[in-house]
Design a protein. Structure first.
Length: 195
């Protein structure tokens, strides 16, 4: 029997700590989506940037692992224009995964290499993103970190980032029809709108 949280929601936010099983949960839902109908497609919008050797290795390992676990999942790399990617690639037969919101926010508010010059400000970009999420034709799964459960961080910039991520997570949770918290690989349903 399928658990209530195993069907594909119109939109789902999957939150959790580091290595809590967030991405695996999104991949499981993508596998279910692809297996349910031969006309279904799935794409992952990857927001990570290879800033250093360790990150390059991590991205490469994630790509290999994803290809093995979900062979039909296409990867689209986009560190900034996530809303535009949702608008361009959403359709009724395509499930989109955004992995992850935390890195996407980092790319906007703490850019290392790429420039955001000439692009909308972060508040405008997040509003465009929420509109794209609400207008998506097919299902969208968002993956993000819950980092606000620990001590108050030292340093103004870090506190501002934690605040910004908390705000983004709250906005995404309000917009999504399902919110799942991952703890030790186990999904805990925080919000479930009736289908």
């Amino acid at each position: 029997m399928t658990a209530p949280h195993d069907f594909i929601a119109r939109s789902e936010l999957i939150l959790g700590g580091q290595k809590s099983g967030k991405s695996r949960r999104a991949e499981l839902l993508a596998r279910q989506w692809l297996a349910s109908d031969p006309s279904h497609r799935a794409s992952l919008i990857a927001t990570g940037m290879p800033y250093d050797e360790e990150m390059r290795e991590r991205i490469s390992r994630h790509q290999c692992d994803r290809a093995r676990r979900v062979p039909g999942l296409r990867t689209l790399e986009e560190p900034l224009a996530v809303a535009e990617m949702i608008q361009a690639h959403s359709d009724a037969r395509t499930l989109l995964i955004v992995d992850c919101l935390t890195l996407w926010l980092t790319n906007w508010v703490m850019p290392v290499e790429q420039s955001t010059a000439g692009m909308p400000s972060w508040p405008t970009q997040s509003a465009i993103f929420l509109r794209a999420l609400n207008e998506a034709s097919g299902p969208v799964i968002l993956v993000g970190n819950e980092i606000g459960l620990g001590v108050i961080p030292m340093g103004r910039e870090v506190r501002e980032f934690v605040d910004a991520l908390g705000g983004l997570n709250q906005q995404a949770a309000a917009a999504c029809s399902r919110v799942t918290l991952m703890v030790a690989g186990l999904p805990m349903c925080l919000k479930e709108e009736q289908r």
